[in-house]
Design a binder for this molecule. Structure first.
Ligand code: XIL
Length: 331
């Protein structure tokens, strides 16, 4: 199997020197059964995000029943290898378990359930999960009515957002609490809405510390690096930190031969990272997967792709080198 040149400097070392985090989401099944996958994580990254293991339905599948094994394993792997964990995610309109969806709970009951969930999860990992995506994708998206129909919004009202932050803060006052969303990476109506939300929360004294920009993107439709940097700067002006939380770069939407697309993809990774690193409030780049073999994108889009920085055989792609170069370039 092709591997990284062992003499090259690992991404995490370059990132440490820069004072930023570099990482990926982690699928617990690969962590358990795939030594090559583990080896890349250990060598390259100083932060990981559970891809699914901390989602509500997986942690809390029935009333009073908790399944912590997968999440525990990811958290202790991180501790063993001196990595941070981004907890993902406490409140989302998806992956809500059936016992809640079909429970017919009143507002006060649902609030008590959510409060208990957040207290239990954040409390369990207190001091070990440094950062939480407290609320994920709560703002309306044209073409996706599921977000307005979100159970939390319907039954509790928009107040669910600030309540979730307060509850998370109660459970671990040392944790860094993030609002995470998609299609809010550059300057757009959606990112204006995220900015407006962040400002309202800050004005109201809600314990919000950062904004997660998912950065699911692709050739031909990725926001410009300048816009992304400008977006990060306005969150920084509110006193917030910014992480890229789920980056991948689809190539199926691009032109040219496969190798030209991989080069174009490398430019997207490199230029976006470089622009972000110019803003001191930017503190992390997390990619939504390690290798093209396990990306969520083919399931999501319905066709094959290779959106990550390691190929299907775990070899570093041009995008890997672009990320390394961006991290290694002095300001
Ligand atoms: C995705 C996972 O990658 C898939 O394995 C799962 O089937 C669905 O969820 N935005 C998010 C992530 O915040 O939690 C999603 O993760 C991808 C989009």
């Amino acid at each position: 199997m092709g591997m990284i040149d062992p003499s090259s400097e690992p991404l995490r070392q370059l990132a440490d020197r820069r004072g930023v985090l570099i990482g990926s989401c982690v699928g617990v099944e690969y962590l358990r059964h795939d030594p090559a996958y583990r080896a890349i994580l250990e060598r390259e990254f100083n932060v990981i995000t559970p891809e699914n293991a901390m989602k509500f339905e997986l942690l809390h599948p029935a009333c009073g029943r908790w399944e912590f094994n997968d999440a525990d394993e990811i958290v202790s792997f991180a501790a063993d290898h001196d990595m941070e964990v981004r907890g993902h995610t406490l409140v989302w309109h998806r992956r809500i378990p059936g016992w809640i969806v079909d429970g017919g709970y009143r507002r006060d009951e649902l609030m008590a359930i959510l409060r208990d969930h957040i207290h239990t999860v954040v409390g369990r990992y207190r001091g070990r999960v440094r950062t939480w995506d407290v609320v994920n994708e709560a703002l309306p998206m044209p073409g996706d009515a599921s977000r307005e129909r979100s159970l939390w919004r319907q039954v509790i009202g928009t107040e669910f957002i600030e309540l979730a932050f307060h509850w998370a803060h109660e459970a671990d006052p040392g944790a860094r609490l993030f609002y995470n969303d998609d299609h809010a990476d550059g300057l757009s109506e959606k990112s204006d809405a995220v900015y407006g939300l962040a400002r309202r929360l800050m004005d109201r004294g809600v314990p919000l510390h950062g904004i997660g920009l998912q950065m699911h993107t692709g050739l031909g439709w990725s926001p410009s690096p300048r816009e992304i940097a400008a977006n990060i700067r306005r969150f920084a002006d509110l006193g917030l930190e910014v992480h890229i939380t789920e980056m991948d770069v689809q190539i199926q939407t691009g032109h040219g031969s496969p190798s030209e697309r991989w080069d174009a993809q490398a430019n997207v990774y490199g230029e976006i990272l470089r622009a972000c690193l110019d803003v001191p409030a930017f503190k992390a780049l997390v990619m939504w997967g390690v290798t093209d073999r396990h990306s969520w994108i083919p399931d999501f889009t319905g066709h094959g792709d290779s959106p990550l920085i390691f190929d299907e055989s775990y070899r570093p792609k041009p995008a890997y080198n672009a990320v390394a170069r961006a991290l290694g370039t002095k300001r």
